[in-house]
Design a protein around this ligand. Structure first.
Ligand code: HEC
Length: 95
């Protein structure tokens, strides 16, 4: 009995993890931070992000989906929803 309760608890935790997949910070930390914590445009660098923020979330998401310069398509993320969430997080950190 105890074992079943434990397994149900684990399943619940996994479900929460999947629901948080489009959490911008989580996507950023897992997928984008390798580059954007180390090279331009760096997270939190207001001067680097100001001209990009002006384009808006939709245009930046489209740009990441295509890939740009050294950035691979989707920035390595799994879906457009993840890219959009991570872009919103990056913008929030640069304001
Ligand atoms: C392999 C390194 C790398 C990864 C991984 C990466 N980026 Fe980038 N990113 C770059 C570089 C380099 C640029 C600058 C491209 C340029 O302007 O030529 C950039 C530019 C951007 C821009 C600005 C695009 C524009 O049109 O000016 C956004 C937004 C962005 N990245 C978001 C993300 C997000 C969100 C992720 C994760 C899902 C991510 N990046 C993952 C390297 C990376």
């Amino acid at each position: 009995m105890k074992k079943i309760a434990w397994m149900l608890g684990l399943a619940g935790m996994l479900a929460v993890g999947a629901a948080a997949a489009a959490d911008g910070k989580a996507v950023y930390d897992a997928t984008c931070s390798g580059c954007h914590s180390a090279m331009a445009p760096k997270i939190g660098d207001k001067a680097a992000w100001a001209p990009r923020i002006k384009k808006g979330v939709a245009a930046l998401t489209a740009s990441v989906m295509k890939g740009k310069g050294a950035m691979p398509p989707k920035g390595g993320a799994a879906s457009e929803a993840e890219v959009r969430a991570a872009v919103a997080y990056l913008i929030g950190r640069a304001k």
